[in-house]
Ligand binder design. Sequence first.
Ligand code: GDP
Ligand code: MG
Length: 433
Amino acid sequence: RLLSFGDSQICKYAVVTVATIGCGKTTTSLALANLFPNIIGHIQNDNIRRPVGNKLVAGALEILINRPIVILDKNDHKFIERKQIFDDFDQLNEVIPTSKLKFICLNFLRNRPQEDKDLWNITRERILERGDNHQTIKAAGKGITKAEKIIQGFIKRFQPVDPGREPDSKFDLIINLDVTSPDSSYANVKTVVDNLISFASDLNLTRPTEEQFQEAFKSALDYKPSVNKIVHSKGGPRAPAYFGIVIPNAEELQNKVVKLIHSTGLDWKTYETLKNTDRLLNDLHVTIIHYKSRKTNGESRALWNMYVKQVFFDDLTKIDENSPKIKGCSIPLPSSPTADIKLEKLCSNDKLVCIKVSVLGLYHADGREIHLTAGNKFPHVTLGTISSEIKSVESNNLLNDICEFHATNGIQCLDFEDSEENTLKGLPIFAYY
Ligand code: GDP
Ligand code: MG
């Protein structure tokens, strides 16, 4: 069955959503699948067990065996997420000839600035109204701020579709949608159908009647997910995976790095590669201490426990009800502790680029110092790694080679100037789950 694909003249269409939470991705997708049950398949990222990895694309390819169109329902709000989708198709697709595989973007948020009040209000309202009818984001009852934080995070990180650059230039068709009108999803379903009718002309789609549109939309709005993913352990608040310091302005830091590199006139190949392959991270942080470090020796265990007690569990009673139960989220600590750091050294090998930093001090919200040393031997900011196989923790190995063994082979280092400009103060501390 697989091998016969080449004989068929029809194309296969991968429809990729670009949106933030609550834009109506799932509602729109379900309505489309209701309208064309044998033609359009739908796979939801939220229904896939973590770690998701390439399972979304693998599942989409499976659907494409029997249907010509699949919607990959995921936020894909950043370039790197879109790039990953294309990369995963490249890697996993062994059946569909590249010339027959078309990518369509459902662009829910054309020209949306990050401070867009309408977008924030409407998606926030919809999510709060959706309540607990979602696999992971539970918004009913008191846990509202948690859901709000998650929505806000997505809006903040959102990178609009830019057809002039990769990865978005790879879309064969971009369908612009709207989310701010009260019944936006209904209009969006129609827009998508009309676009599919003309773009996927090989499928000879018939335009549904008004009644069919309404029926399909109504049952999509009534949808309640059947999968209830358990992403947290039972019982009270769980320990975070690590504590970290947020670098609030990643772009500014990248500019400092570029300036430093330019000042030497030397080539920084790995940094260039990261820039050109869109692998410079947008969310930067310094890990202060990792949960796993408890296991290395008694001292580390004691330090972790002190962190939990002083930095985190002071908040235990407050955090209980609203405690984040979502894996893979960074949550600012309710007591708002901060850190001051100093940029020390830009370091790179052929796998990654990082900045060695020193933690000058940790402070409670009222300014009292938290008398704890960093649990990480070489505190640092990883700027990016050359592939997803290389994890950020490898920065530790690089810095160990440089600082302990004075290694130089294949390694580049540059000192930051000891100046006010390279001292970052009052950075928020977060817990990562
Ligand atoms: P997603 O997170 O992008 O998948 O958003 P959903 O499709 O789950 O929509 C979020 C909530 O808004 C759900 O409760 C939907 O039923 C509701 N919703 C989606 N589209 C519309 C719409 O056009 N009008 C109204 N009133 N509600 C909508
Ligand atoms: Mg959804």
